[in-house]
Ligand binder design. Structure first.
Ligand code: A3D
Length: 320
């Protein structure tokens, strides 16, 4: 049986890390696509040359032609730009929206059966636009944010409790931005929900609130430290977790930006929710119960995403 084919659209910081991880995990053969001539070719060759030491079997190539992603089983999209000084949010939205149009059309023409994971920001609006431009089935197009935000939450919680990150589970829902919703009630240490751990005196509500805020600011904290770009190791790891769940039909329960039609009181909208990822793509959206406060936070987050989608429609009337 031929190896799966993984197309990485965008060969920047995250794209290169995705290629390295996919090769190390032998998830399939890897094609890096980027408009920057030489960048995808150079990264592909560099990673391929680590193969003899690592002992992985995967071919890697770089390209500027969408024809080379033909038949890809998975496409992970990081193409686009990040915000720079002097740029408004609308500038960023407009530029990346154009990128999503070319990427969506390229995937539709050459890899229409792929499972597509979008990482480009602003995430929830870009994954919606990418789905619109590609015309692929909704369950085959999703966005990576929840796995990363939950991983950050889990990391900070493990530091607070002094326990292994493996024994900490966490849920972060809503849009990927300031309004994201870390759900304490559904987050546990060894199966014990966080509010119970406060009652048990293992931590305090103040400390928990500070961890929740640090999770919300997780991306900005890394940008502030790096100064020249945003996080790329953990974002790449998170997307690889989702790709692996699809390729190996693992039925993983993972939060991601998925198309929600009916659940959570939403009618056909992309936002961060718990899902089951398997060979069918997003096989299920898990419609959890939220209390009044959680619902209010979720609604606020959905409103923020709606504002971005509205801006996309104003910039490109073909999306309206
Ligand atoms: P960067 O290293 O700049 O890579 C982006 C790449 O996209 C560059 O190599 C560009 O040449 C390429 N590119 C630009 N336009 C096109 C195009 N039309 N077609 C193909 N390639 C193109 O950025 P990065 O890898 O650090 O980040 C990529 C994206 O992910 C940005 O939008 C970030 O804001 C976003 N991001 C999202 C998260 C989430 O959790 C959702 C986390 C971190 C970064």
């Amino acid at each position: 049986m031929a190896r799966p084919k993984i197309a990485l659209i965008g060969a920047g910081q995250i794209g290169g890390t995705l290629a390295h991880l996919a090769a190390l995990k032998e998830l399939g053969d890897i094609v890096l696509f980027d408009i920057a001539e030489g960048t995808p070719e150079g990264k592909a060759l560099d990673i391929a040359e680590s193969g003899p030491s690592e002992g992985f079997d995967a071919t890697l190539s770089g390209t500027q032609s969408y024809a080379d992603i033909a038949g890809a089983d998975v496409c992970i999209v990081t193409a686009g730009v990040a915000r720079k000084p002097g740029m408004s949010r609308d500038d960023l939205l407009g530029i990346n929206l154009k990128v999503m149009k070319s990427v969506g059309e390229g995937i539709a023409a050459h890899a229409p059966n792929a499972f597509v994971i979008c990482i480009t920001n602003p995430l929830d609006a870009m994954v919606w636009a990418l789905r619109e431009f590609s015309g692929l089935p909704h369950e085959k197009v999703c966005g990576m944010a929840g796995v990363l935000d939950s991983a950050r939450f889990r990391h900070f919680l493990s530091l607070e409790f002094g326990v292994s990150m493996r024994d900490v589970t966490a849920f972060v829902l809503g849009g990927h931005g300031d309004t994201m919703v870390p759900l304490a009630r559904y987050s546990t240490v060894g199966g014990i929900p966080l509010p119970d751990l406060v009652d048990m005196g293992w931590t305090t509500q103040d400390k928990l609130d500070a961890i929740i805020q640090r999770t919300r600011d997780g991306g900005a904290e890394i940008v502030g430290l790096l100064k020249t770009g945003s996080a790329f190791y953990a974002p790449a790891t998170s997307a690889i977790e989702m790709a692996e769940a699809y390729l190996k039909d693992q039925k993983r329960v993972l939060p991601c930006a998925a198309y929600v039609d009916g659940a959570f009181g939403l009618n056909g909208f992309y936002v961060g929710v718990p899902t089951v990822i398997g060979a069918g793509g997003i096989e299920k959206v898990i419609d959890i119960n939220m209390n009044k406060d959680e619902q209010a936070m979720f609604d606020k987050s959905v409103d923020a995403v709606k504002g971005l989608v509205k801006a996309c429609k104003e910039i490109d009337p073909s999306l309206a």
